[in-house]
Design a protein around this ligand. Structure first.
Ligand SMILES: Nc1nc2c(ncn2[C@@H]2O[C@H](COP(=O)(O)OP(=O)(O)OP(=O)(O)O)[C@@H](O)[C@H]2O)c(=O)[nH]1
Ligand SMILES: [Mg+2]
Length: 372
């Protein structure tokens, strides 16, 4: 079986912890007659929490272990002692992970920013011990409240990689070379088509520590929208990009021309989602170091009637201008001025009683016994 390295969808069972039952205990010290109730409350069940992490880039771990179960709260104890709270389960997911209700296809949570926390299943409340039920008329209550069930769901997780810039180009145009020249990312580079098989994110860092994320995706070829090549599935990973950067091979190494490539790329994007072409785009003419590229550049600009940024990912020509162009187009906010926060849409739990159900200790014991 081919090893999977990149996974952008996974169906996951999620269960928060059950609250611990309240205790129905009585004081039993030798010197205290008619000791009275002293059963403490149960602990809260643990939550299932997602945290956005820019160091994660795939849903692969969820794909292979698709169960997220938080800890149960412990039951209350005698001497009015609380049960311990259940452990929260905290799971790191890549920024850009959506949590979807598979029945309605509705996005119920969205993890966008690095470090953002979203509770996707809440633990049940702990039950009350019998100490709460002592009254003038009932000095020896055997009543207590069981812990609540934790929330339980089956969700579909979907990843749309988040980057401000999306690189779009034919195979071999030099997208990965470009990304590795301007960021810390080290994608595989090769003189053959479809070297890149998964989206890769690199971060361009400026002197004032402003940052722009750039997504490199597999090459697009004509007919991609009909499934030719690797298809256009990967375009979804740049569908949230603010800026599209078209990268063309200005030297025409593979026998094509940069102007035809540019038109074909725009055409494929239009067929995928015409909205994407309404965003700012940058045209980058790569491989300007090679013979014939200068002449092609002039013809490219004339034919497509727009300016191109000439660069060489190989020898570094034009990269400073490109970094400046990226900054000018994306306008990243340097640290200190950032206010970005996660968005988490609220969701109503599917089944969770609004109030506690009261049962007597005997009834509870009986019910438990019957279940066994
Ligand atoms: N001379 C020259 N060669 C380049 C330049 N940029 C990239 N190359 C070469 O072009 C080939 C393809 O580069 P990649 O960066 O792998 O191209 P890609 O667009 O990521 O290709 P896919 O991942 O297959 O879509 C490699 O052999 C690179 O060394 C450049 O500016 N000048
Ligand atoms: Mg590549």
């Amino acid at each position: 079986m081919k090893e999977r390295q990149f996974v952008d969808s996974a169906t996951v069972y999620v269960r928060a912890g059950r609250g611990g039952d309240g205790s129905a205990s009585f004081r039993r010290e030798a010197h205290v007659e008619f000791g009275g109730p002293d059963g403490g409350d149960g602990g809260r069940g643990g939550d299932v929490i997602l945290v956005g992490s820019r160091h994660e880039d795939s849903l692969i771990s969820l794909f292979y272990s698709p169960k997220l179960v938080a800890g149960n709260g412990e039951p209350g104890r005698s001497q009015q002692m609380y049960g311990r709270n259940g452990r929260n389960l905290v799971v790191k997911v890549p920024c850009g992970t959506s949590v979807i209700d598979p029945e309605t296809d509705e996005v119920v949570f969205d993890v966008v920013e690095d470090g953002a926390e979203v509770v996707i299943a809440k633990g049940g409340r702990g039950g009350w011990g019998n100490v709460h039920f002592k009254s003038a008329t009932n000095q020896a209550p055997t009543k207590f409240i069981p812990g609540e069930e934790g929330e339980e769901f089956t969700f579909r997780f979907e990843l749309k990689v988040i980057a401000e810039i999306g690189l779009v180009g034919f195979p071999n145009a030099g997208k990965s070379s470009l990304l590795s020249a301007i960021s810390e990312a080290r994608p595989k580079i090769g003189a053959y088509p479809f070297t890149t098989l998964n989206p890769i994110i690199g971060t361009v860092v400026y002197n004032d520590f402003a940052q722009v994320r750039v997504a490199d995706i597999p090459g697009i070829i004509e007919g991609a929208h009909e499934g030719v090549g690797l298809g256009i599935d990967f375009l979804k990973h740049i569908s949230r990009a603010k800026v599209l950067m078209f990268v063309v091979d200005c030297a025409g190494v593979d026998g094509r021309t940069p102007w035809d490539d540019y038109r074909a790329l725009r055409d494929e994007i239009r067929r995928y989602d015409p909205e994407m072409l309404k965003r700012p785009t940058v045209l980058v003419a790569n491989k300007i170091d090679l013979p014939g590229a200068e002449a092609n550049l002039a013809r490219l600009e004339k034919t497509v009637r727009r300016k191109a940024l000439a660069i060489s990912a190989a020898d570094g020509a034009g990269l400073d201008a490109l970094r400046a162009k990226i900054r000018e187009t994306v306008r990243p906010v340097p640290p200190g001025g950032a206010t970005g926060r996660a968005t988490a849409s609220g969701r109503k739990p599917r089944s969770r009683p609004d109030s506690h159900e009261e049962v007597s200790a005997e009834k509870f014991a009986k019910a438990t016994f019957l279940q066994l």
